[in-house]
Design a protein around this ligand. Sequence first.
Ligand code: ADP
Ligand code: ADP
Ligand code: ZN
Ligand code: ZN
Length: 743
Amino acid sequence: MPNHTIRIRGARTNNLKCLDVTIPRGRLVVFVGVSGSGKSSLVFDTIAAEAGHQLNETFPPFARNRLPKWTRPETEEIEGLSPVVVIDQRRIGGNARSTVGTITDAWTYLRLLFSRVGSPHLGESNRFSFNDPAGMCQECSGLGEVVVSAVERFLDPDRSLAQGAILLPGFGDGGYWYSQYADIGSFDAGTPLREWTQDEREALLYGGEHAARLGTRPPKDYEGVVERFERIYLHTSDSLSDRKREVIARFTRSGTCPACHGDRLNQESRTVTVLGRTIGEMARMEITELAGLVEGVDDPAVAPVVAALTDRLRAMVTIGLGYLHLGRATTSLSGGESQRIKTVKHLGSSLIEMLYIFDEPTVGLHPHDIASMTTLLRRLRDKGNTVLVVEHDPAVMEIADQIVEIGPDAGTGGGELVFQGTFEELRTARTATAAALGDRTPVAAEPRTATGAVTVTGATRNNLKNLTVDIPTGILTVLTGVAGSGKSSLAAELVAQHDAVVIDQRPVGANRRSTPITYTGIATSVRRLFARHSGLPAGLFSANSEGACPGCGGLGVIYTDLAFMDGQETVCETCHGRRFTAEVLRHRVNGLSIADIDELTISDAVGQLPDEQIRRALVHLERVGLGYLRLGQPLTTLSGGECQRVKIARELREAAGPALYVLDEPTTGLHLRDITVLLGVLDQLVERGHTVVVIEHNLDVIRHADWAVDLGPGPGRHGGRILYQGPVSRMSGTVTAAALQEA
Ligand code: ADP
Ligand code: ADP
Ligand code: ZN
Ligand code: ZN
């Protein structure tokens, strides 16, 4: 009998409470619930993990080592799974060789096309591969870019050498390299560089001829600051430490390769044309245009290649990525764009009866673009696949065959199945999602009055059409417009011109040991609290001390790094994840051991731990709606939206003067109900005198803002103009205004 359902019994991953659920196969099922309720724990950490695990089991052991590892979920029983493809928003690789063209295979077809019908005729398609020595530009090794020293950032002209004029680490007084410049008698270490002669400054930086002109010649082996920096940091084959990477990021910039002008290919391959255009020119064309162009190749010898290529390109246009170009480095794509690119790959696949799992596919999409995404999800289902989607957007709930809600609340208050049925049935159910759907009257408060304005002038970044725009200060401004219209570009320009603080969704906490405890710096207070109660030294209560479990060194898990794949994490068998020795665990405060502290939620800790310092440090996290996080939860497990709120909490706690904050789609990962929390948090920032600028598609957030700057009209070169700027309530005549009126 074929399986028509996926049956899950007794799921206990993370906060799931022995959850049973049966999901129809071959359908589009949307998982909803407040943030932190357990949707990801069910869909990713249970269903996807088990499907991935079972798939791996079908391979012989030697092959298994090369597959991504899946931690087996804590579940009594799961059946009816098929091979799984997870399409999340993790950005596509940190590899500069990966482009929109290579990742979608469109580039492979384009290369084939050039090798078959390009003139002058060549033959081999590797000639058009920038990842192959036969085709790559020698100067930049096919990267299209070269890293150069940003010399203008090396020196502070207002300081003398002794005051640290050379800003590179290790070159200031006391630094390793300091005496090589200050003590050789050629330079005056006590005078600010501004007062030096031009020759002296050049000699300091470049040595060589300039050095020969100095009154006191430097030693023969003198090495200018730039030469030395490049030798130590750039022309080194050592693997880069984090610190080195950071220095490189600060003191270099990448410039277009002077040899290939960014085309990545060698001279010979760059001049071959099809329809009068080089492959480099095609790589820079918008995909929409390119699709139209290659359809015009009517040589029957390459008809299948042209068909495959246009198929890929059209798929990208369909999901609203027509404004990209094939040469675009995937590292520069947003999370939402990355996700849609990955979707294109799978639409082209002829596999059926697969299990596709999507994480919030509407991220980065204007209401205007969401229809193309829902079409895509339906197409995948109609090919005979099971499509599971974690999503907060009602537009996606509407097209679901079935909706599953996990709840009722977040963290320990969630983890149960609270609803299963159609969208219509959900509307009349009594769940957090139903309530939020019913009560979407936006908080259109009186617009606040600006205290002034900051001006962005002459913005031409990416597609911006030389914009000059005033951003009002002391209020909440929203940047709107279809995907690719230039919102992020304008925000980046604002940051560059006014040093704004970007509060993004990138991970917080540098390593696996970071938790809310380490992040808020309450670890010391907690240890002191235990020391006060036990009479033992505070140090013993640290997971980095001899109080730590010897099995896992206080991590609670054993982590295996796998060079090319996701690492594997397993719970430590010595301490069962409790991280401390049994001796340390015996001592209690209010009935809690040091390991129990890790299990406390932030809200519980605020209420239960008798310590004012701890309370003060945590209360801001509670204020941004993260009270449900456990104190010991690794920050690496936080979603992007949660990371962002952690950062907002830090700003609430620490920011001194009025600051300018920029947030990119802060509603990502947030349930309708949590959006209200977010708006409250943004208001808190504004009430403290800060200026807040958000890029948003969410209509509730747009309505809540005081001021709007709407970009468009289209994506890419069809965008980059300001369609409207003014109070949100008076916006009209744009697709954003239309979406606001419609809802
Ligand atoms: P949702 O997807 O509904 O936002 P999650 O499934 O991500 O919720 O999280 C459910 C609960 O489990 C939350 O309290 C979250 O903090 C916690 N959690 C998530 N991942 C982990 C993890 N790897 N380890 C421990 N707790 C986790
Ligand atoms: P939005 O934020 O409105 O989605 P963006 O500002 O990200 O739009 O993009 C505007 C245009 O600039 C798009 O055509 C996009 O492809 C292009 N673009 C954005 N970032 C880069 C980049 N790093 N390199 C080249 N083009 C870019
Ligand atoms: Zn080059
Ligand atoms: Zn252990």
